[in-house]
Design a protein around this ligand. Structure first.
Ligand code: ATP
Length: 623
């Protein structure tokens, strides 16, 4: 399915993630979307999949299709798996698209095979107990099962080992042959450029190039200017061309090897050492070929596995390397052309590093659902000493808990609303935070507003509605204080402030360090869990479960997310405790604070205001 993007822009809060993107994604080809981290690749994929809507511009799915014919595989496969078995997970998207039951199983089998999973072996297994590479394949199988017209893969090689990368490339090549239109967002240019029909280069949210990969090698430094490096086979090819060893750039690592092969045969090293032994070729060419051989040797261990080359290719490169090593003895007798040799060796080292460390591209930090980029820095609340904020939270929470009438609660609501507005928190983030609470509040309020006296006799009780409404408001205010506090205080000050506040309890034998650590971890955990929930909801939507508003919070929806969320929370807890242990945490040892709190005049003034507001609210609640 061809897709046309015209003038597409998107913002996260105030942060412009994409600006004026014009791009045609041709039908039946593979488009590589590349750019450094944060350049907007994942955002563009989310827009293409219809999970987000552009703030400006349009996306036209031609041939009468819509975003419903698009499937996406996210960077983190674990956020995309739901069902109790691989088969059920792969069938989920088919169920959402109302494919009749008898056809589901057949389509799921086909998709699993396409993604390199044996349906017999993997079908009954739990998707949560698979390796990272297997999970990714399950995600791909789930994405292709409904035969999407457009398949979007976000960093598909991140975190995979070389054999898994090779299997994934084979899957991508096969999907391409099968007529799928594919867009791959990746940093891994070595892997995907040879498969690409089109490349789109993003930098800082703008499109710097779109066209065939070859168009990037015509002298312009588009990739370099976007902060990327051309694939290693291009860099090696360029060096060899400069040295007269090649007359055209290779189309991929395999092509480079094929081109190197005749060169090796012409200059077998040892006795036939060019330059030193009076060979026919100029000395510089001999040196560069020797260096190229060494370079190939450097990459040889990893190249065949990681780049989808055959074992025979590997043997050939290894042989090139051995001969080149012999040739190096000759090269050392020649005047050094160190720059050329070093550059080639660098390029080859990169090839080797890229190949050996496909896993080292490891999943870039999870896209923070509403990362710091969207938060304007410098709000006065952020700069306050955390001790003032702890005191304010504790004091106001106590006062709010003691409120039973509408007037003081209304005044407290105004105060909290003003602080939220001054906290530099974006509207989008605020909405994202409160959205899950709203249905719960509404339900609690309705429950308190109706009385039930057996059978079907429900009665509306105005007094119950008022009392229930006030209780819900109280709860909302307490949650808001917590939100305001964690949003305007980062981890270290938050913990230092708490430790200061509970230090006196240490005299009573309380392990204050444990407490402060536990509280700060819990406070940080809440936004993390909310982010995970929104990632899971997005993943459900990507599988065709496009519920909006309250429909996203039905018991069925919640039950779908419960298991993956629980597993992620347990995993995170496990990682945290390991990290804490690994850093030698011992509650009995005195700790060196890595942030020294300093109290200024601004903090004193703020504390006075806090006390004044608490007294005013308390007075109101007693009047
Ligand atoms: N939910 C969000 N809230 C606020 N800002 C965001 C959010 N998601 C992404 N961003 C910001 O938008 C920009 C583009 O992010 P995006 O995830 O699209 O980049 P990317 O090119 O895919 O990066 P990576 O290669 O690391 O995945 C980044 O600067 C990022 O900080």
């Amino acid at each position: 399915m061809p897709v046309q993007l015209t003038g597409v822009s998107f913002r996260y809060g105030r942060f412009p993630a994409l600006r004026g993107i014009d791009l045609l994604i041709p039908e039946g080809g593979l488009t590589v979307l590349c750019g450094v981290t944060g350049s907007g690749k994942s955002t563009l994929l989310r827009l293409l999949s219809g999970l987000e809507q552009p703030d400006a511009g349009r996306i036209d799915y031609t041939s009468g299709d819509s975003s419903a014919s698009v499937s996406i595989v996210f960077q983190q496969p674990e956020s995309q798996l739901f069902a109790g078995s691989v088969r059920k997970d792969v069938e989920y998207g088919l169920e959402q698209r109302a494919i009749p039951v008898p056809r589901r199983s057949e389509a799921a089998d086909r998709a699993m095979r396409h993604a390199g999973l044996d349906p017999e072996r993997y079908g009954p297994r739990s998707p949560f107990l698979l390796s990272g590479g297997e999970k990714r394949r399950v995600c791909i199988a789930g994405a292709i099962a409904p035969r999407p017209r457009l398949l979007l893969l976000d960093e598909p090689t991140a975190g995979l080992d070389p054999p898994a990368v090779r299997a994934l490339l084979e899957t991508a090549a096969e999907l391409k042959r099968g007529g799928y239109t594919i867009v791959v967002a990746t940093h891994d240019l070595d892997c995907f450029f040879p498969l690409a029909d089109q490349v789109a280069v993003l930098a800082q949210g703008t499109l710097r190039y779109s066209g065939p990969p070859d168009g990037l090698w015509n002298g312009a430094r588009v990739l370099e200017d976007a902060g990327l490096e051309p694939p290693a086979y291009i860099r090696i090819g360029r060096m060899l061309m400069r040295q007269g060893g090649l007359d055209a750039l290779p189309a991929g690592a395999g092509d480079l090897l094929a081109k190197l092969d005749p060169l090796r045969l012409a200059y077998p090293g040892g006795e036939a050492c060019p330059g030193a032994g009076g060979g026919e070729r100029p000395a510089a060419a001999g040196r560069s070929l020797s260096a190229a051989g060494a370079a190939a040797a450097a990459g040889s261990a990893a190249l065949p596995e990681a780049r989808g080359l055959t074992a025979a290719d590997g043997a050939r490169v290894a042989e090139s390397g051995r001969r080149a090593a012999a040739g190096d003895r000759c090269a050392s007798q020649l005047p050094a052309d160190a720059d050329a040799a070093n550059s080639i060796a660098d390029a080859a080292n990169t090839t080797a590093a890229v190949a050996a460390g496909a896993g080292a591209l490891a999943a870039p930090a999870e896209s923070d659902a509403f990362g710091s980029a969207s938060r304007p820095a410098g709000s006065a609340l952020r700069k306050l000493d955390p001790r003032v904020k702890w005191l304010a939270m504790a004091l106001w929470s106590l006062v709010i808990l003691g409120m039973t009438s509408a007037l003081p609660l209304g005044a407290a609501s105004v105060l909290v609303a003003v602080l939220l507005a001054c906290g530099g928190i974006t509207r989008k983030r605020t909405v994202w935070f409160y959205r899950p609470f709203l249905p719960m509040f509404l339900l609690l309020w309705l429950l308190s507003a109706f009385s039930w006296s057996g059978g079907a006799s429900f009665a509306f009780s105005p007094a119950g509605a008022l009392t229930g409404g006030l209780s819900v408001l109280r709860l909302g205010l307490l949650i808001s204080l917590g939100f305001l506090f964690t949003e305007t205080t980062s981890g270290a000050p938050l913990r230092e402030g708490l430790e200061w506040a509970i230090k006196p309890l240490g005299r009573l034998g309380v392990q204050t360090r444990n407490w402060s650590l536990a509280v700060s971890v819990t406070l940080q955990f809440i936004p993390w869990i909310l982010r995970k929930i929104s990632a899971l909801q997005m993943a459900l939507a990507s599988r065709g479960n496009r519920k909006r508003g309250l429909a996203r919070w039905t018991p069925r929806q919640i039950s779908l997310m419960a298991v993956p969320l629980l597993l992620q929370v347990i995993g995170m807890g496990d990682e945290l405790s390991t990290a804490i242990e690994a850093r030698g945490y011992d509650p009995s040892k005195p700790r060196t604070p890595w942030l020294v709190l300093s109290w200024g005049r601004r903090d004193t003034a703020a504390l006075l205001l806090v006390l004044f507001a608490a007294a005013l609210l308390w007075g109101l609640s007693r009047s």
